[in-house]
Write a protein that binds this ligand. Structure first.
Ligand SMILES: Nc1ncnc2c1ncn2[C@@H]1O[C@H](COP(=O)(O)OP(=O)(O)OP(=O)(O)O)[C@@H](O)[C@H]1O
Ligand SMILES: [Mg+2]
Length: 276
């Protein structure tokens, strides 16, 4: 700690929140928000207490994908109550500034909003607070790691070479800011046609190979499926179908692996504290 430059604030754990897990990628549009939302719903259905921060200030998609657009209540001294959808507590700039008006702001404001989303929201007791990151590497991740200690990050990619090229940058960025990578998820891996024929749209298997190259866990592969897109657009994520549904069982596999890995990493870092 203390490597972020003189005067940089030390990250403080959020009281009551066990694990903060960021969901990122390198490339935009590979399905971070879809994965973050479905993981949140799946973890909630598995019995965990779950929160989700939409850290995409310029393109907040979480309210639509969770199907809730109510304004959050402000309580007490400027505390914000998260909105609850499908058993997940969440916050998004899209709840506060809805409509098509873009948020035009400078870096310091962005940093302030990320801090507020973490510290000024009444998260209560949570097992997992997921963070849906914006595309690319950079600002938001720095704000995040300066504000709270993260258990780790999940990196989403398609299997295509260009997406993986960017995913490797994301891996390097997490390494630089000392955030452990829980593992990689391949999204839109392949597609099953109604005939049963499986087509490889984005290079299935590429993400698993990349994970192996980096000595990281591969957390699972979600198919390219119009029902996943539709679920997102309707605010009814496919994870609502439950762990036994063919449609969403892999989401639950990924969710269980994320939960197990997060607990494993947290236990490991406790050991380190005991030794020192
Ligand atoms: N497995 C999938 N099958 C079908 N459609 C999908 C799948 N994953 C994501 N999509 C669709 O692809 C689009 C992009 O997904 P999403 O918004 O989750 O990506 P993102 O990485 O968060 O994008 P951004 O970089 O803009 O934040 C959305 O319309 C979403 O519904
Ligand atoms: Mg997104």
């Amino acid at each position: 700690m203390g490597h972020m430059g003189a005067g940089a604030p030390q990250p403080q754990p959020l009281p009551g929140v066990a694990h903060v897990v960021a969901v990122g990628s390198g490339k935009g549009g590979v399905g971070k928000t879809t994965v973050a939302v479905n993981l949140s719903v799946a973890l909630a259905k598995l019995g965990y207490k779950v929160g989700l921060v939409d850290a995409d200030i310029y393109g907040p998609n979480v309210p639509t994908m969770l199907g809730a657009t109510r304004q959050p209540n402000v309580v007490g001294e400027n505390r914000i109550e998260p909105v609850v959808a499908h058993g997940v507590k969440f916050i998004s700039i899209g709840l506060i500034s809805p409509g098509d008006k873009p948020m035009v702001m400078r870096g310091p404001m962005l940093h302030q909003i990320i801090r507020q989303f973490l510290q000024q929201v009444e998260w209560g007791e949570l097992d997992f607070l997921l963070i849906d990151l914006p595309p690319g590497t950079g600002d938001v991740v720095i704000s995040l790691v300066q504000t709270v200690p993260l258990t780790g990050a999940v990196v989403v990619s398609t299997g295509s070479s260009v997406a993986l090229e960017d995913a490797r940058k994301a891996l390097e960025m997490f390494h630089q800011v000392k955030v452990e990578v829980l593992g990689l998820v391949e999204n839109m891996s392949q597609m099953t046609l109604p005939s049963g024929e499986v087509i490889d749209v984005f290079g299935a298997g590429g993400t698993e190979r990349t994970a192996a190259q980096f000595g990281l866990d591969f957390l699972g592969a979600l198919e390219l499926n119009p029902q996943i897109r539709e679920g997102g657009d309707r605010g009814m994520p496919i994870a609502l179908a439950g762990p036994d549904s063919k449609l969403s069982s892999e989401v639950y596999n990924v969710a269980r692996r994320v939960a197990d890995k997060a607990k494993e990493i947290a236990a490991k870092s406790e050991d380190v504290f005991e030794i020192s």
